[in-house]
Design a protein around this ligand. Structure first.
Ligand code: ATP
Ligand code: MG
Length: 411
């Protein structure tokens, strides 16, 4: 892509995390390209290109399943008529084209402002990023307080990069974080959701969680959670979260899938429990109380960080299955195995036991029960209900159903 832009007569650089991670010997998550070509000109160079964004037009160039973001150099100097628009210290518009130097100094950290130039294969460093990269230092470009006021998400980005790269946040960039966290309340909840995913599902959840705690930022992302953690005398809630974060990091390192539904089930568990307890005192049953409290705490949480409905429904299912997991007699357990959220609910139960909140014997029972019934998968849920199904048929035509196996028989 860089060559194509160059051959079409434009300047073309790889920039941002792509350059940073390559220089660190890490595998970049995505690639960003910066150029002096304007969006329409970029579109003319690449066939598989779409222009996106209203506030600032960007080109997305598709390569199979990959998308490379190509952006025209932008300028941003507060006060200058040539730059982005700042209102009450906040960056509200950021859509003025500039030179590559302009583009460099509007970026957040020096290590994120390195430009790999395809013309001569050099890395251009306008902000001292190479030195900071070698020192493992996250330094904001410009005056830290001003930069955080322009865009408070930069505080979360500082935490995220510190966690992910094992870098230190420079003392000058670190100090204002303790005072300016409240600015995060002005950030759109949908944008915060994106940041939450990057913090907790990017492979460094443990570090991210601990740093968020250290900088008192958790209260702006999960206010109900943070409030309870402060009074968590037994340490059970903290242990639960920490174990979940460890598991998440291990799963990601092993290339296994992780879901925001589970993350939220963990983070919002204690607030949900506390509310459910109140509702039970008012006369609700356990199942009712979990259902009602789950809805309440998640909709309260939505005011701060948006949580898409398809995941919040799953989170509530994980919670609602917890009391059902306590019953190990009758036909309930077998039916539960076929529930689409069984596996997540079981994992959640294990986590609760590890944190000292439920009984290990119960977990062992379920572990054993699954070993005994390996074929009771969600699609086969109805087959798991005993007695209703006549067995004769399967003998005559063994191939007509999906999985008639030994364990199916024993079920
Ligand atoms: P990664 O993709 O590994 O999470 P990244 O540094 O590439 O890290 P992106 O969110 O992909 O992060 O952003 C690409 C680049 O855009 C950054 O490296 C930085 O130069 C710039 N950038 C992103 N967000 C901001 C911001 N809020 N303020 C200033 N510059 C930013
Ligand atoms: Mg990136």
């Amino acid at each position: 892509m860089l060559y194509r832009l160059k051959d079409a007569g434009y300047e073309a650089f790889l920039v941002g995390g792509g350059v940073r991670d390559l220089l660190l010997g890490r595998e970049p998550k995505d690639f960003d390209v910066a150029t002096d070509a304007h969006p329409e000109e970029i579109k003319a160079v690449f066939r598989n290109c779409r222009l996106i964004g209203r506030r600032f037009r960007l080109a997305h160039v598709h390569f199979g399943r990959e998308i490379i973001e190509v952006a025209t150099f932008r300028a941003q100097h507060s006060g200058d008529e040539a730059g982005g628009v700042i209102e009450e210290g906040r960056l509200v518009r950021d859509n003025v084209y500039g030179t590559v130097e302009d583009d460099a100094i509007r970026r957040d950290f020096t290590v994120n402002a390195l430009y790999y130039n395809i013309k001569d294969f050099s890395v251009v460093d306008y902000a001292g990023g190479v030195e900071d990269l070698e020192a493992g230092m996250l330094r904001l470009i410009g005056e830290p307080e001003v930069r955080y006021r322009e865009d408070a998400v930069r505080m979360l980005r500082a935490v995220r990069f510190a966690a992910k790269l094992g870098f230190r946040i420079h003392p000058e960039a670190e100090k204002p974080i303790f005072e300016l966290g409240h600015l995060l309340t002005e950030i759109a909840p949908a944008r915060l959701y994106e940041e939450v995913l990057k913090l907790f599902m990017g492979g460094s959840a443990v570090q991210s969680y601990e740093l968020l705690g250290h900088y008192n930022l958790l209260q702006y992302l999960f206010p109900q959670t943070a409030a309870l953690l402060e009074n968590d005398q037994s340490g059970v809630f903290h242990a639960l979260i920490l174990r979940a974060m460890e598991n998440t990091d291990i799963r990601i390192a092993a290339g296994k899938p992780v879901t925001p539904a589970f993350l939220y089930a963990v983070m919002m568990w204690m607030p949900m429990q506390q509310r459910a307890k109140e509702l039970r005192r008012e006369g609700m049953t356990e199942v009712q109380s979990i259902c009602e409290a789950g809805g309440e705490v998640l909709s309260e949480q939505n005011r701060y960080v948006v949580f898409p409905k398809r995941f919040s429904l799953q989170t509530r299912e994980i919670w609602q299955l917890q009391p059902r997991l306590k019953r190990t007699t009758g036909s309930g357990p077998l039916r539960l195995l076929g529930h689409p959220r069984f596996r997540a609910a079981y994992d959640f139960l294990l986590l609760r036991a590890e944190a000292g909140e439920s009984h290990q014997e119960l977990c062992d029972w379920w572990t054993e029960f699954q070993v005994e019934n390996p074929d009771v998968i969600p699609q086969a849920a109805s087959r798991a209900v005993p007695k209703k199904r006549p067995r004769r048929r399967s003998r005559k035509k063994p191939a007509d159903t999906t999985s008639v196996s030994d364990s199916g028989e024993s079920a």
